[in-house]
Design a protein around this ligand. Structure first.
Ligand SMILES: Nc1ncnc2c1ncn2[C@@H]1O[C@H](COP(=O)(O)OP(=O)(O)OP(=O)(O)O)[C@@H](O)[C@H]1O
Length: 542
């Protein structure tokens, strides 16, 4: 042990002595190295001097040395000059500048250029924009990268013969760009077909922390969600993260003057179509009445049961058929009443002008059941409200699974001109859901409630639905549940007093008075999953 200590101590001493010595003798080392350099130089010169000139050279050198010797302090000056020049020649050579590392942007753009070449390169072209031995600088004119080295924008040219009018050709390019630039983000593709240029922009994520709340809109306007500044020129004040900020909403205008009186929302499973229905219901209830059909029967809309203005929340095929038959007759009754009022030049009664909402969550499940049982398809019963509902202020909202889009009836597809798709859709599914190809490449993963909306013939815009959780979902964050409870008609608590439900009128003639009664009735439901009944009201039982 002690031997090791001695050994270590000795080694430390030796190391510090050598450090000291090297510091002390550093000037001598430099001069010595310089003298060696000079000697090498002199030897080289001597070897390079032709033999016949060596004698005169030697003689001249000797004469110079003699002259120096004879000068006052000549030898001392000569020695000092020699030492100084040796110190200069022997100084440590400058470290060679480090080779610049490869530029990340350069590498990424080169990789993207190479990946696009098979799709945009011309085989027989004399000077193609894209070729195997070409440079990205020939086709890419501008680019931007963020601090993390990720591409945020790119401007590129493509050859005129590229079939930029074909959705499938575009989709291939968009797929390549997204795979090279990172699938975690969304990209907007602006194809300038006239000048054969493509502008690619990476899109910042939309905020996901906007909860259900009272939005500042006019009656008939429904906030489907929020978008970016490209998607809306309007902003509304929103409570977000404990503050009030301005956010651009996606507004859907309903009512008799709306060109898009009905909405179809499709979404991948778990991406938030039921949440969208709940969000619409909460915005519609202050101004109208609603019938809700929950085809999946999951009870996700039980919080609306027996609320003022909510006629019914149906989960069974039987109840759904009864409710929809009533809705069809109610639409016809409203049309007749409106036409009579117009004929007599009087204001239509309030019960025909109060908006009526038919909200159907996963109706294709009921369609399948109806088909199996040989009963009428609930979607067929929507024909009258869909076709004549606009004048009668009857608005239909249908939400279903993206995978069930083929089971959506032709009438529904033809009459729902406001469209939403939630979740990351493929190019084909997006086109089927929105009616036009999507010029945005969705991120591989999207939070619930994220998708795209298209109102009428406008271009699709990005959409984030406000977080409108089921207040009966005990796993949902309490503040989000409370936000929804606050908006339910007759804001109350989870301990609302139980009360007998007044029997609804049973005569068809009395159906017109249902809205007024529904509005007048007080809170009657206890907000718990066990006791909230989901049952049809007797008014439209068949
Ligand atoms: N906009 C949103 N913000 C926050 N959370 C959301 C949003 N939309 C949905 N969620 C959450 O995602 C989950 C699934 O939502 P939801 O039930 O609405 O989806 P869905 O599409 O109807 O599902 P399914 O098709 O399986 O019935 C729920 O926990 C819900 O709270």
């Amino acid at each position: 042990m002690s031997l090791t200590r001695h050994f270590n101590r000795g080694r430390d001493l030796a190391r510090s002595a050598s450090d000291c010595a090297s510091d002390m003798f550093a000037p001598l080392t430099v001069i010595g190295r310089g003298l060696r350099v000079q000697a090498d130089w002199a030897r080289g010169r001597w070897a390079a001097t032709p033999k016949d000139r060596r004698g005169p050279t030697l003689f001249l050198s000797a004469a110079v040395l003699l002259g120096i010797y004879l000068l006052p302090h000549g030898p001392l000056i000569a020695v000092l000059a020699l030492m100084a020049s040796a110190a200069w020649a022997g100084r440590a050579p400058k470290a060679a500048p480090a080779e610049p590392g490869p530029d990340a942007a350069d590498l990424r753009l080169t990789a993207l250029y190479a990946a696009l070449t098979p799709y945009l390169g011309g085989v027989d072209e004399p000077s193609p924009l894209y070729s195997l031995d070409g440079s990205y600088k020939s086709a890419f004119s501008a680019w931007e990268f963020d601090a993390a080295g990720r591409m945020t924008a790119l401007d590129l040219a493509y050859p005129a013969y590229f079939t930029d009018t074909e959705a499938s050709a575009r989709a291939k390019i968009e797929q390549v760009v997204q795979s090279k630039a990172g699938r975690a983000r969304e990209y907007r593709f602006d194809w300038d077909e006239e000048s054969n240029r493509l502008r690619i922009t990476a899109l910042a994520p939309l905020p996901t922390d906007i909860a259900a709340q009272h939005f500042v809109t006019t009656p008939g306007e429904i906030v489907l969600g929020f978008t970016d500044e490209l998607g809306s020129h309007r902003t509304i004040p929103v409570h977000q993260g404990g503050d009030t900020v301005q956010q651009p909403p996606v507004i859907w205008r309903t009512g008799p003057r709306s060109a898009e009186p009905h909405l179809l929302a499709l979404g991948a499973a778990g991406q938030g179509t039921s949440t969208l229905i709940r969000s619409i219901a909460l915005q519609a209830l202050p101004y109208g009445d609603l019938v809700l059909i929950d085809g999946a029967g999951t009870g996700e809309h039980a919080c609306l049961v027996n609320r003022p203005g909510v006629y019914t929340v149906e989960t069974s095929l039987h109840g759904a058929l009864a409710a929809l038959e009533w809705a069809a007759k109610e639409t016809e009754r409203r049309i007749a009443a409106l036409s009579t009022a117009r004929h007599h030049g009087v204001t239509p009664p309030e019960d025909v002008s109060r908006p009526l909402w038919l909200l159907l969550d996963h109706p294709t499940e009921l369609s399948e059941l109806a088909h199996a049982e040989g009963r009428p398809d609930p979607q067929d019963l929507l024909e009258v409200p869909l076709r004549q509902g606009r004048a009668a202020r009857v608005t239909v909202v249908i939400a279903d699974d993206l995978a069930a889009r083929d089971r959506i009836s032709t009438t529904v597809r033809a009459t729902t001109r406001a469209r939403v798709v939630l979740g990351p859709p493929g190019a084909e599914a997006a086109e089927a859901a929105l009616g036009v190809p999507l010029d945005i490449a969705p991120a591989a993963q999207m939070p619930p409630g994220r998708g795209y909306a298209r109102i009428g013939t406008a271009l699709p815009v990005r959409l984030q639905v406000p977080a409108t959780v089921d207040p009966l979902d005990e796993e949902a964050p309490p503040q989000l549940r409370d936000a929804v409870i606050t908006l339910l008609p007759h804001r109350d608590t989870r301990t609302e007093a139980d009360a007998d439900v007044e029997p609804a009128p049973t005569q068809p003639a009395a159906q017109a008075s249902v809205p007024a009664e529904a509005a007048a009735r007080g809170p009657v439901v206890e907000l718990t999953k066990d006791t909230a009944p989901v049952r049809p009201r007797t008014a439209w039982r068949v």
